[in-house]
Ligand binder design. Structure first.
Ligand SMILES: Nc1ncnc2c1ncn2[C@@H]1O[C@H](COP(=O)(O)OP(=O)(O)O)[C@@H](O)[C@H]1O
Ligand SMILES: [Mg+2]
Length: 368
């Protein structure tokens, strides 16, 4: 049973949240407090599993939501603290300051369920315990899917638990580069709301090196059945049970891609030195800056097949974009195409190849 305390001064919001909690199995609301002071008192006396505290409470005076979070973390370190806010007042999770997670109203039941399920992350960070890595490229064919798969396998072989998610809802190709059974389950099979967590293990397919894969829908017309928020919810659920969640993100900058970026803790941008790729990467980075991602979460460049354009420079790229290059992968047609034919990631089939070692360096940089 998860014991939840709600500190919320607006009756309407309190009843909305209570309604969501009531739909959850194994959740007991131990109190609804309308003021910061009474909320803090009960939190410290009862030490609930989770405290939901309203961010706009700060309007009331000295004891704002963040001060409550800090004091609850101090007095009851096992309590998970979720700050409730509205879209126009964005709040960032910061477990060091007692804010384990943020729930943005109105919020989905799925999201709430994931927040309730995750343990206090005072020792970990982010929403669940895992790091979520979005692998992105604004140009198709740069090696995004190849890199996502091989990074996931490398992290797994280093002893971490790893989930890999095909975030490309239409024509997501991950299932074809691993030897997935034709009838493998997909994100479509994941029920929404409270049932998702229980259904997750059987929706994942154990792939190469023991990476657990959540596939995208099989048919292109099924893409519309998955809402952007559900993609983000799946990432949050996966992060609650895996050390790393690697997501192959779509190329098009639409709502589903942005939902993936919002839920990600790191965004890897895969580039080559081809003119059209560089041009698109520059535009994408401009967009990320406009969206406020730059500075908010690490945006890291990965140069793939840089050696096919002798003379192009990593330093020039870093300077032009103001972002670091964390890894450079060489071209290796033989190793990469053989691994594709055998449906075995090259980090597994040819761990000593230069390209596998470069992925190793990339994974090590991500862990660091
Ligand atoms: N470093 C590399 N050396 C050789 N071939 C590569 C390399 N990286 C990717 N490829 C090949 O390039 C093609 C496109 O890669 P893919 O990962 O499908 O790109 P994306 O997901 O960005 O569209 C694939 O055939 C892949 O095997
Ligand atoms: Mg791809």
């Amino acid at each position: 049973m998860t014991r939840v305390l709600l500190i919320e001064d607006l009756a309407e919001v309190a009843s909305h949240l209570k309604g969501l909690f009531e739909r959850e199995k194994d959740v007991q609301v131990v109190g609804v407090q309308g003021t910061a002071e009474s909320g803090l008192t009960q939190a410290l006396a009862d030490r609930p599993d989770v405290v939901f505290v309203d961010a706009p409470l700060q309007a009331q005076g000295r004891l704002d939501a963040f001060e409550i979070a800090r004091r609850v973390r101090e007095g009851s370190p096992g309590t998970r603290i979720v700050v409730v806010t509205v879209p126009r007042k964005p709040v960032r999770a910061d477990p060091d300051k007692g804010v384990d997670a943020v729930f943005t109203l109105p919020g989905s039941a799925n999201e709430l369920s994931a927040l309730l399920g995750a343990k206090s992350s005072s020792m970990a960070g982010g929403l669940g315990k895992g790091q979520t890595i979005a692998v992105y490229s604004p140009k198709g064919g740069t090696g995004k899917t190849t890199i996502a798969l091989n990074v996931a396998c490398t992290l797994r072989r280093a002893g971490h638990t790893v989930a890999l998610m095909d975030g490309v809802m239409q024509f997501g190709g991950l299932r074809h580069i691993v030897s997935a059974p034709a009838d493998c389950r997909t994100i479509i099979d994941l029920p929404s709301c409270a049932l998702a967590k229980a259904a997750l293990p059987e929706t994942l397919w154990e792939g190469p090196a023991g990476v657990e894969i959540l596939f995208a829908p099989e048919r292109p017309e099924q893409a519309d059945l998955v809402q952007p928020a559900e993609i983000a919810d799946a990432m949050i659920l996966l992060a609650a049970t895996h050390d790393y969640v690697v997501v192959d993100a779509p190329t098009r900058l639409a709502d589903d891609t942005l939902a993936i970026f919002d839920a990600a803790s790191v965004i890897l941008i895969v580039s080559t030195f081809m003119d059209v790729t560089l041009h698109n990467v520059r535009s994408a980075v401009d967009t990320f800056t406009a969206l406020g991602y730059k500075g908010q979460k690490p945006l890291l460049l990965v140069v793939n097949q840089g050696d096919t354009f002798p003379g192009a420079g990593r330093a020039a790229l870093e300077q032009a974009l103001g972002l670091p290059v964390v890894a450079e992968l060489p071209s290796d047609w033989k190793t990469v195409s053989e691994s594709l034919n055998r449906k075995q990631p090259f980090v597994v089939a040819a761990p000593n190849s230069g390209v596998a070692k470069a992925v190793g360096a990339l994974a090590a940089a991500l862990v660091a």
